[in-house]
Ligand binder design. Structure first.
Ligand code: BV8
Length: 230
C-alpha cells in the first residue's frame, strides 16, 4: 500500500500553534494572507520579517503531538511507501520522528539569501538584517513560499500522487492551491481518498470518506488500522 499524506495547520493545532483560520484571522491587524506575499515584503520588509521571527520564536515553546508521532510510526513501518507532504512551515513532523517530510510551502527554521540563492538552517531572527553566512550580503528572507510563488517539490508530489493507492488529507481547510487540488488529482488518477479533519473542509465532498475529530485521536487510530491491515 503506497500512501500520500498531506497535512495542514490542523495537525499542529493541539501543539499550541494557531491555524490560519482560528488565528482570529489577524496578525497585528493584518490578514496573514496579505503578510505572506512578496509584495508585502517589498512594501514593508520589517513587518514581514517580524511576522516570521515571532512564529519562529514560538516554535521553541511547542512540542509535537500524538498525530505527528503516529505519522512517524507509519513512516517507520511503510518506509518509502509513505510520502508525507505538509503545508506547514513548522518542524513538528521532524521533531515527532519523521525523517522524510516534504515542506511544499517551505520552513520557518530556514533562511534563503536572495543575493546568492544559498539556504541556511536558521533559528534566530532576521529583522536586524544579519549577513548571509555564504556571501555576507544582508539579503536573507524566510525560506517560505508566499502567495503568488511556486510551491516546492511539485514534480515529486505529482509523481507520488500518480503512484499512490491512497491519498489522505489531515487538518487542512482545502482553501489554498495547489494543495487543495491534490484530492482532485488523486481521484482523477482513480485513487482512494480519506480526510481526517476537525470540521468539514472546502473539499470534504470530494473525498470517498471523511472522519471528524481532533488529529491527536483520528491519526493514531487510522495508523493502527493501516498497520493492522498489513
Ligand atoms: C501558486 C507559507 C502557481 C507561508 C502558505 C486556484 C484557485 C484560487 C486561487 C489560486 C489558485 N491557484 C493559485 C491560487 C493563489 C493562491 C491561493 O491558493 N490563494 C487562496 C487564498 C485562494 N495559491 C498560491 O499563491 C500558491 N502558489 O499557486 O503558484 C503554481 C501552482 C501550481 C504549480 C506551480 C505553480 C502558493 C500558496 C502557498 C502560500 N504559503 N504558507 C506562511 O505559512 O506564512 S499557505 C498557508 O495557508 C499554509 O501553508 C496553508 O497552505 C494555508 C493554511 O491552510 P491550512 O493549513 O489548511 O490551515 P487553515 O487554518 O486554513 O485550516 C485548518 C484546518 O484544520 C481546518 O479545516 C480545521 O477544521 C482543521 N483543524 C483545526 N484544528 C484541528 C483540525 N483538524 C484536526 N485536528 C485539530 N485539532
Amino acid at each position: 500500500m503506497r500512501i500520500v499524506v498531506l497535512t495542514g495547520a490542523g495537525v499542529s493545532a493541539e501543539s499550541g500553534l494557531a491555524t490560519f483560520r482560528d488565528a482570529d484571522g489577524l496578525w497585528e491587524g493584518h490578514d496573514p494572507i496579505t503578510v505572506a506575499t512578496p509584495e508585502a515584503f517589498d512594501a514593508d520588509p520589517d513587518l514581514v520579517q517580524r511576522f516570521y521571527d515571532e512564529r519562529r520564536a514560538v516554535l521553541g515553546r511547542v512540542q509535537p503531538n500524538a498525530a505527528h508521532v503516529a505519522l512517524a510510526r507509519l513512516e517507520a513501518e511503510l518506509g518509502k511507501n509513505l510520502y508525507l507532504v505538509t503545508q506547514n512551515i513548522d518542524d513538528l513532523h521532524e521533531r515527532g520522528g519523521s525523517s522524510r517530510v516534504h515542506h511544499m510551502h517551505g520552513r520557518l527554521r530556514a533562511a534563503w539569501c536572495t543575493a546568492c540563492g544559498g539556504r541556511h538552517e536558521w533559528t534566530d531572527t532576521l529583522v536586524e538584517r544579519p549577513p548571509c553566512p555564504s556571501c555576507e550580503a544582508s539579503a536573507l528572507r524566510p525560506d517560505v513560499v508566499w502567495f503568488g510563488e511556486v510551491p516546492y517539490d511539485m514534480d515529486a508530489i505529482d509523481q507520488a500522487l500518480w503512484a499512490c493507492d491512497l491519498f489522505v488529507s489531515i487538518g487542512t481547510s482545502g482553501l489554498v492551491y495547489p494543495a487543495a487540488a491534490f484530492v482532485h488529482y488523486a481521484i482523477g488518477n482513480g485513487k482512494r481518498t480519506l480526510e481526517l479533519n476537525l470540521a468539514a473542509s472546502d473539499g470534504t465532498s470530494d473525498f470517498h470518506e471523511s472522519r471528524r475529530g481532533p488529529a491527536t485521536e483520528l491519526v493514531p487510530a487510522w495508523v493502527d488500522e493501516v498497520l493492522a491491515a498489513r
